[in-house]
Design a protein around this ligand. Structure first.
Ligand code: ZN
Length: 133
């Protein structure tokens, strides 16, 4: 990992933790060049792990696309951004059992997202389903 402050290529991991909710590994690193401390997150590359099928088209999974549709459905909430981030992680976790078949249909993603939103906030669920029938 290259230090963002001095450009040194020598950084050392001094602490590491598993983040179960977001399925990531959090690492605290120190730079051997300038002693700066930075945090890194290691996550599965979902774009290469999940292929989304829609009608006959195939495309890599895009977390941002899912996040935006969740965020749009949560706009009425004061905590829309935080909720959308948390809900997006929750929905992605529910996709894991489906990935073993190499691809997931956009309909499967919309169904899981709709149910998750409905449980979290009825108005958000209704909003989402209006755009993803
Ligand atoms: Zn440095």
């Amino acid at each position: 990992m290259v230090c963002i402050y001095c450009g040194s290529e020598k950084t050392e991991v001094v602490n590491s933790r598993q983040q179960k909710r977001s399925n990531a590994i959090w690492r605290r690193r120190t730079c051997a060049g300038c002693s700066a401390i930075v945090t890194t997150l290691e996550k599965i590359d979902l774009e290469t792990a999940i292929i989304v099928t829609r009608k006959s088209a195939h495309q890599p999974f895009q977390r941002d696309k899912l996040f935006i549709s969740i965020y749009e459905s949560c706009k009425h909430r004061n905590d829309a951004q935080t909720s959308a981030t948390m809900l997006t992680d929750t929905i992605i976790k529910q996709l894991y059992p489906l990935i073993s078949s190499a691809s997931v249909s956009s309909r499967q993603i919309a169904t899981i997202a709709g149910k998750t939103l409905q449980r979290f906030d009825t108005a958000a669920g209704v909003q989402f389903k209006a755009y993803h029938p």
